[in-house]
Design a protein around this ligand. Structure first.
Ligand code: GDP
Length: 479
């Protein structure tokens, strides 16, 4: 009778970070993947003002098999890789080059299917799973829905251009998610390529590559000529070994939706990346607010398959509706259970929307801080008009707080507040501060929708004062 923290958050349509904090307030130090018992879960559900609906007497908690696997049941699983970097630095080209170079010839005529992710094999025989949507928008939106699927980030930096604003954003997203990075210095075929400049540029963002005696692997590649691709894949395989990624293939499947759409011929189709267990044809599942029974599974080569194990991406047919990217899929034993859980979630999400604006404002952050004696970090995102201001603000922020409390600048940059900033803020429960810059329209909409607070300032002292006040809320909570 247990449930993982992530799943509990998912079912309540609350953010994982909020649930973790609520548990901390109740004296439990847990992370997203840890399990808590049904009684604790009930307490938390009530804390959030939701009704406890134990869907069946056997408990919802029991319906979805606990994530606790015995060590002896665990086997190695392939790493899942997301490619990030600045626009035009060659993310798409690199993903295509890897796919084309590594597709096993003869398989389904060598024609690959774009399903949102694909698997390749290295020279050394290691399987790797690549997410096919480059960039940090997808990465962050998945994370904010509670699905952390990426094990390794490949940061693409063009050797003829070096570190750019979105490179920095990507670095900060990877750091916020605590996902290790490998730097791919791309376009090495270009005469003006200057990989050394890339490496020194990265130093300024606390990314110290191996060539600079650091511990972040760096590989020179060309998506055009194919040079270095094998080295990159081997670097990824090495990093994966260090991570010791494991899963239990012999349990009910759990996965995350990579992409989903309503297909004219086939109905709702979702590409699911299996994270644990094995998904079989005929399995009954719940995925976000949808449910279904696996009618067919199609792999990245376009072949029908009977099952899919850990780290394998598959298209799933047989859904009653279209889920969203980042939704978590769980296999359950009966269709009635699947429907009930899906309906429960849909209702919870509706309640949540009705309660509106329930996200992170600075006041709420202070309030929460007062209630919570264990809060030690106050995450924020800062955008400014010029580099000098951004730096001044970050420096001022770093001085706020003491051993118990500190302000953590998740990202600072120059320019308008964008959707990417909102995504990052939401995923980490942070407000966004604009100094002499505004949010663009998509960012404003996204902030409204997600309830992320944006604050505008034109005087640094005002900004510092507000954050100090919030932090002192945290400080006084310590006394
Ligand atoms: P993305 O925006 O990061 O996905 O970048 P793209 O993959 O679309 O690449 C942007 C441009 O750079 C395209 O015109 C590519 O043809 C080019 N490009 C990508 N990789 C390389 C490379 O290794 N060498 C050269 N010379 N050009 C490249």
């Amino acid at each position: 009778e247990a449930i993982t923290v992530g799943e509990l958050a998912n079912r309540m349509a609350e953010r994982v970070a909020d649930v973790v904090k609520a548990l901390m307030q109740n004296g439990m130090m847990v992370t997203q993947n840890q399990t808590i018992d049904a009684d604790t879960a009930e307490l938390i559900v009530e804390d959030f003002g939701h009704h406890v609906v134990r869907v069946s007497d056997a408990d919802v908690e029991q319906v979805i098999e606990s994530a606790d696997d015995k060590p002896e049941d665990l086997v190695n699983r392939p790493p899942v890789i997301t490619v990030m970097g600045h626009v035009d630095h060659g993310k798409t080209s690199l993903l295509d080059a890897i796919r084309n170079a590594k597709v096993v010839s003869g398989e389904a005529g060598g024609i690959t299917q774009h399903i949102g992710a694909y698997q390749v094999q290295t020279e050394g025989g290691q399987l790797l799973t690549f997410l096919d949507t480059p960039g940090h928008a997808a990465f962050t939106s998945m994370r904010s829905r509670g699905a952390q699927v990426t094990d390794i980030v490949v940061l693409v930096v063009a050797a003829d251009d070096a570190v750019m604003p979105q490179t920095v954003e990507a670095i900060n997203h990877a750091k916020a998610a605590k996902v290790p990075m490998i730097v791919a210095i791309n376009k090495i075929d270009k005469p003006e390529a200057n990989p050394t400049k890339v490496r020194t540029d990265l130093l300024q963002h606390e990314v110290v590559v191996e060539q600079m005696s650091g511990d972040v692997q760096d590989v020179e590649v060309s998506a055009h000529t194919g040079d270095g691709l094998d080295d990159l894949l081997e670097a990824i395989a090495l990093q994966a070994e260090l991570l010791e990624l494991k899963a239990n293939p012999d349990r009910a499947a759990q996965g995350a939706v990579i992409e989903a759409q309503l297909d004219v011929g086939r109905g709702p189709v979702a590409t699911v990346l299996i994270q644990n267990g094995t998904l079989h044809q005929g399995d009954i599942f719940v995925v976000g607010e949808q449910y279904g029974k696996v009618r067919a599974l199609v792999n990245d080569k376009g072949d029908r398959v009977k099952e899919a194990g850990p780290s394998v991406p598959v298209e799933v047919l047989g859904l009653n509706g279209t889920p969203e990217a980042g939704d978590v899929l769980n296999v359950v034993s009966t269709e009635a259970q699947a429907r009930e859980i899906a309906e429960y979630r849909a209702q919870a999400a509706k309640d949540k929307r009705a309660a509106a604006g329930a996200a992170t404002t600075l006041e709420q952050l202070m309030q929460r801080a007062k209630e919570d004696e264990n809060v030690t970090e106050m995450p924020i995102v800062v955008k400014a008009d010029v580099q000098g201001s951004a730096e001044a603000i970050v420096q001022a922020m770093e001085k706020i707080g003491n051993d118990e409390v500190r302000v953590r600048v998740l990202h600072s940059g120059v320019g308008a507040i964008t959707e990417s900033d909102i995504g990052l803020a939401e995923a980490s429960g942070a407000p966004v501060f604009g100094f002499n810059v505004r949010a663009n329209a998509p960012a404003r909409n996204s902030a409204n929708q997600k309830g992320v607070e944006i604050r505008y300032y034109s005087v640094i002292y005002d900004l510092v004062d507000d954050v100090k006040a919030a932090a002192s809320g945290l400080l006084s909570a310590e006394i």
